[in-house]
Write a new protein. Structure first.
Length: 134
């Protein structure tokens, strides 16, 4: 759709492999670990399954601390993940961040990720994706 709309939000050409790499990486690594924190600390306590499962959180924390430094190190040298501009890859990889505090995601030590998320938060659509839809 991005291509048909003549938008560069989803990179094509020489930047396509880099975008796909980050989208895949984020889904497999960061989102997977972050989803556990979201489920265990936000959804499970709503009564679906009781209290958070410590072993699930421990495993997710180990995964998160294995992969977050990769992203943090990359973001030390750039503002965005692909072609020094905001793209779909940034939004896809950052999906775990809007509820990081409530989910108790151990993100505090990753300053470059936090600064990157601050840049994303400057986008009104990221801050409030459902604005105007009600």
């Amino acid at each position: 759709m991005s291509h048909l709309a003549r938008s560069d939000f989803f990179p094509t050409g020489k930047w396509l492999p880099e975008a796909v790499r980050w989208i895949s990486w984020g889904t497999h690594h960061l989102t997977r670990a972050g989803s556990v924190f979201y489920w265990e600390n936000l959804i499970r306590p709503l009564g679906l399954s009781g209290a958070p499962e410590p072993s699930a959180l421990e495993a997710a924390e180990a995964d998160f601390h294995q992969y977050a430094p990769v992203l943090d190190d990359v973001l030390a040298g750039r503002a965005w993940l692909v072609d020094d501009r905001i793209t779909y890859a940034d939004f896809r990889v950052a999906t775990v961040l809007p509820f990081a505090a409530q989910a108790k995601l151990p993100i505090a030590g990753y300053l470059n990720i936090l600064k990157w998320h601050d840049r994303l938060t400057e986008c009104a659509a990221w801050r409030d994706p459902f604005d105007g839809l009600a």
